[in-house]
Design a protein around this ligand. Structure first.
Ligand code: ACO
Length: 339
């Protein structure tokens, strides 16, 4: 039985990590598969290459590598974790891949489960983890965003296959009762009525069971996307939710050190930055190297910027995740880093 503190606790981000598959596929490489060009892909999306999981790698390998790096940065043993949240839409096991990650890490005291919210998944998982930490019910949580969309992309559909890649990113969070807090505000939204513009749907095939009865067969169709509708959704909703976030947290755009958005398309990043008059130098982007890695983009980008020294302790970041569902969210974060 956990004894809960009387006042809500703060949440500190103590470490981050990431991992990407070794194989990089350039735009020129993709031109061997579909009718496209480096010029088309770069000018419409900002993407130059993407990583794709190969035969000797898996989603769990990437997740474990990212998680180990985050734990190492924080200086925490895996046994000290209370919970592992794995945000993914592409698990190795539909029953959940988080328990496998828990076992790989040796996080023997941690509960573990998957959370599915497509490209909003990491942000939704971070916010969910924060509630366990705020209540004081848990002290240390690992949040992972990992996706292997290369499994579910139609590699013959040039309108979508050029966008996606595989990766994993992770952060470790700590509950604090001394007034410090790195989650300064958040908002979450969903509109299932518009979900058909971006789907990875279950196949409709049915097979005979007994007598007249049939059962639906397992399996999924490839990703179906209406790119223009997704684009319109992103450039309308992301600035709106960020504006609401800044209002509710009494934060001015000038006070932000970084804009840390889901990496879907450079044109979306540019449109959001322009809306808030945020200089491009403050907009984190690694689309050129990795494309859209779904739930992994935000922690992958954060890890890169922390490790190369752009993001420093005390920096404030406005983050927004958005994607299939449709779902979208935003959080005002501070980076504390290791104690
Ligand atoms: N190479 C060359 N030509 C192409 C390609 C390609 N890879 N893809 C499409 N085209 C062609 C089309 O066939 C079309 O030709 P046509 O006019 O002869 O029919 C032309 O280019 C224009 O196509 P559009 O679809 O209008 O291109 P658009 O400017 O809208 O750009 C894009 C497409 C890049 C997909 C854009 O709509 C976009 O970025 N949308 C957002 C998508 C996104 O971010 N999805 C992920 C969301 S996050 C998640 O949850 C997974």
């Amino acid at each position: 039985m956990v004894e809960l503190p009387l006042r809500p606790c703060g949440v500190l981000i103590r470490g981050c990590g990431s991992a990407t598959p070794s194989r990089s596929i350039s735009n020129e490489d993709l031109g061997q598969r579909v009718e496209t060009s480096d010029e088309w892909i770069r000018s419409r999306t900002g993407i130059g290459a993407r990583r794709v999981v190969g035969t000797n790698e898996s989603l769990i390998d990437l997740s474990a590598a990212a998680s180990s790096a985050a734990l190492e940065m924080a200086g925490w043993p895996a046994e000290s974790l209370d919970l592992i949240l794995l945000a993914t839409s592409t698990p190795d096991d539909l029953f959940g891949s988080a328990p496998r990650l828990q076992s790989r890490l040796g996080a023997s005291h941690a509960a573990a489960f998957d959370l599915t919210a497509a490209c909003s998944g990491f942000l939704f998982a971070l916010i969910t983890a924060a509630q366990y930490l705020r209540s004081g019910a848990m002290r240390r949580i690992l949040v992972v965003g990992a996706d292997q969309l290369s499994r579910w992309v139609d590699w013959n559909d040039r309108r979508s296959c050029v966008l996606f890649g595989d990766a994993a990113g992770a952060v470790v969070l700590e509950s604090r009762d001394d007034g410090q807090d790195d989650l300064l505000g958040f908002l979450m939204r969903c509109d299932g009525s518009r979900g058909e513009v971006l789907q990875l749907p279950q196949i409709k095939t049915h097979a005979p069971l007994v007598g007249e009865a049939t059962h639906q067969c397992g399996g999924f169709e490839p990703i179906r996307m209406n790119g223009q509708e997704v684009y319109k959704f992103a450039v309308r909703e992301v600035p709106a939710i960020l504006e609401a976030l800044l209002d509710t947290t009494n934060c001015q755009a000038e006070q932000l050190d970084w804009l840390l958005l889901h990496q879907a398309n450079q044109r979306i990043l540019d449109a959001v930055a322009e809306r808030f008059s945020i200089p491009k130098t403050k907009v984190l982007s690694n689309l050129a190297n990795y494309g859209n890695t779904s739930a992994a983009t935000i922690p992958l980008m954060l890890d890169e910027a922390v490790r190369d020294g752009r993001v420093q302790p005390g920096h404030q970041l406005a983050s927004s995740g958005f994607g299939a569902g449709l779902s979208w969210g935003a959080a005002l974060l501070r980076w504390s880093g290791p104690a």
